[in-house]
Design a binder for this molecule. Structure first.
Ligand code: GLY
Length: 357
């Protein structure tokens, strides 16, 4: 199935045949696959089960965000160059967000840009990282500091990969789906808030993913380079990134999507207080997050440190001001809201009250 509003996104039920169909007429010498040590074992055999992909050259990078760096990029550039990669090579990125972000960056820079296909294997990469053309690496201690925005030729989403994904990683990706629902319609967020994420109905999940990707694709199509409306995709991420960075700095790391889910609690509160976002959806979404994501423990002593992370977020355009995307209502987006420290501390109070700490 092809996504209506972005023909490059394909929902696949027969992975190897569907990808081979995209590569018709391409000789196997031009095909390269990037995996990590996990996807090499769990996903590559299925992808290579028939067609030209069987003879593609495979590069396997180590797993983990700490390898999303220039050294890994250089190693893959070398691999491509030393194995006959030309301007006509195609790189297939098979993995989670690290593989699709880094592989996309490698492809966008090798020989000034070769085609690439993303095959996301986690929920987070299916609904977010793999779609929308953001590619890049971490540099100098900063996440996604170097990169380019240029989309994959195709994104192939094979929801069956999710059947072997653990609950924590399902929930991590699901937080971005909640965000997309909040940017879309009452109907969609209500559906998402009713989903049993702990015992997933995979058929229903696949249909929720289709809508979620369509919502993101629609926003990206309006503003591919994030000059305006694409900033909406930062909902939940200003507070969320602060939680995420603080969790790493204090040696109790949390998954990205968990940070976003908890960030959504604070940012929906600000949306309610400052923009009139409806209280019933606030309460319903907070309940879903509390029931599924548990808590990240903070006290009011942690507020100044969390605020510092927000003040240094790269989305801020003016030093010292914290910039949020807020909502007037579900789907009614208000970008570039500068919010005072007192309100942010109140949002953190609301987060603690909501999760019961
Ligand atoms: N992950 C947010 C975006 O793609 O813009």
């Amino acid at each position: 199935m092809i996504l209506e509003n972005n023909k490059s996104v394909i929902f696949s039920t027969q992975l190897a045949s569907d990808v081979n169909a995209l590569l018709q007429g391409v000789s196997s010498e031009r095909l390269f696959i990037l995996t990590d040590t996990q996807t090499k074992h769990h996903c590559l055999p299925l992808l290579q089960s028939n067609g030209a992909l069987r003879n593609a050259k495979v590069y396997t990078m180590p797993c983990g965000d700490e390898h999303k760096n220039i050294e890994t990029v250089v190693n893959i550039w070398k691999f491509l160059g030393e194995n006959g990669g030309t301007r006509h090579a195609i790189l297939i990125n098979l993995g989670g967000g690290v593989v699709t972000d880094l592989g996309g960056f490698v492809a966008n820079t090798f020989k000034r840009g070769i085609r690439f296909i993303n095959i996301p294997t986690t929920l987070l990469s299916m609904v977010d990282a793999a779609v929308g053309g953001k590619t890049g690496i971490n540099f100098n201690g900063l996440k996604n500091e170097i990169g380019v925005i240029h989309p994959a030729q195709n994104v192939v989403i094979y929801p069956d990969f999710l059947r072997s994904l653990d609950t924590q990683n399902i929930l991590s990706g699901y937080a971005e789906m909640l965000k997309h629902g909040l940017l879309s319609s009452h109907e969609e967020i209500k559906k998402l808030n009713r989903f049993n994420a702990l015992l997933p109905d995979y058929t229903l999940l696949a249909s929720l993913i289709t809508t979620s990707v369509a919502i993101k694709a629609d926003i990206v199509a309006q503003d591919p380079t994030e000059k305006g409306i694409r900033k909406a995709l930062n909902l939940g991420h200003t507070i969320g990134h602060a939680f995420e960075s603080y969790s790493h700095a204090t040696n109790r790391p949390i998954l990205h999507g968990y940070a976003v889910a908890w960030g959504l609690i604070g940012e929906l509160y600000l949306s309610h207080k400052l923009q009139g976002f409806p209280q019933d959806i606030l309460i319903e979404t907070v309940r879903f997050i509390k029931e599924n994501y548990g808590v990240f423990a903070i006290s009011c002593d942690d507020y100044p440190a969390l605020y510092q992370y927000m003040a240094h977020d790269k989305k801020n355009t003016t030093a010292g001001e914290v910039n949020f995307t807020l909502l007037k209502d579900v789907g009614n987006i208000v970008p570039n809201c500068i919010v005072e420290k007192e309100w942010i501390f109140q949002a953190l109070d609301f987060y603690r009250d909501s999760v019961g700490i």
